[in-house]
Ligand binder design. Structure first.
Ligand SMILES: CC(C)(COP(=O)(O)OP(=O)(O)OC[C@H]1O[C@@H](n2cnc3c(N)ncnc32)[C@H](O)[C@@H]1OP(=O)(O)O)[C@@H](O)C(=O)NCCC(=O)NCCS
Length: 176
């Protein structure tokens, strides 16, 4: 059976409650849904795309600025990424990542970091961030990955990467 067409597009104001639903259904707690709303309220949701199938929001990806060693170096963090359980395994997550990276490139972003499964992000050019001299506060190595998206976008960028302060709630969980 042919799958309905899925489009990837920037979020619109009407999408907000549906993005929340995707995030609530995709994660164990409402923290990710609250995170995205907090970033949006603060104006730090640098890139926010949805996947729409049959007129419904079925997936979402967000990017927000990160700092390295306390400096703003035009890097962003990819988080969160979610696809409704009913729509997984059809390539929608991958399309959200690809489209998100394209928007980052168009906006002049230098690099993107992500904390996730190497099995998901490795195919999109993400490599272990510690190999590039980047550290994190989550006590992980392989799952913390980076991808340069502008030539030399990572030049001179080494040190501790911090996501937006809205992510601090996850630091606390990691350190429990
Ligand atoms: C992760 C998620 C967004 C993937 O969405 P999706 O639409 O199913 O992704 P795709 O169909 O594009 O699959 C991408 C590839 O990643 C793989 N993949 C998906 N989840 C994976 C996981 N947890 N570990 C390793 N690989 C995974 C898929 O098998 C697929 O590989 P394949 O094409 O060889 O089969 C979705 O499973 C989800 O929302 N999960 C819950 C929230 C979450 O964990 N978000 C990611 C935080 S890092």
């Amino acid at each position: 059976m042919t799958q309905p067409a899925t489009i990837i597009r920037p979020e619109q104001p009407d999408d907000v409650p549906f993005i929340r639903r995707v995030l609530i259904e995709s994660f164990d707690t409402p923290l990710e849904a609250d995170l995205v709303e907090g970033l949006r309220d603060d104006g730090t949701l640098e890139v926010s795309l949805v996947a729409e199938a049959d007129g419904r929001v079925v997936g979402h990806i967000a990017f927000s600025p990160v700092s390295v060693g306390g400096n703003d170096l035009r890097g962003v963090g990819l988080a969160p990424l979610a696809v409704l359980p009913t729509h997984r395994g059809r390539g929608i997550g991958g399309r959200l990542i690809e489209a998100g990276l394209e928007v980052c490139i168009a906006r002049g972003v230098g690099f993107v970091v992500v904390l996730g499964e190497p099995g998901i992000y490795g195919r999109f050019g993400f490599t272990r961030a510690s190999d590039a001299g980047l550290t994190n506060v989550y006590g992980v190595d392989d799952p913390f990955m980076v991808r340069e998206v502008r030539p030399n976008g990572l030049r001179g960028v080494t040190g501790l990467v911090r996501f937006d302060r809205r992510f601090d709630v996850f630091d606390d969980l990691a350190n429990e």
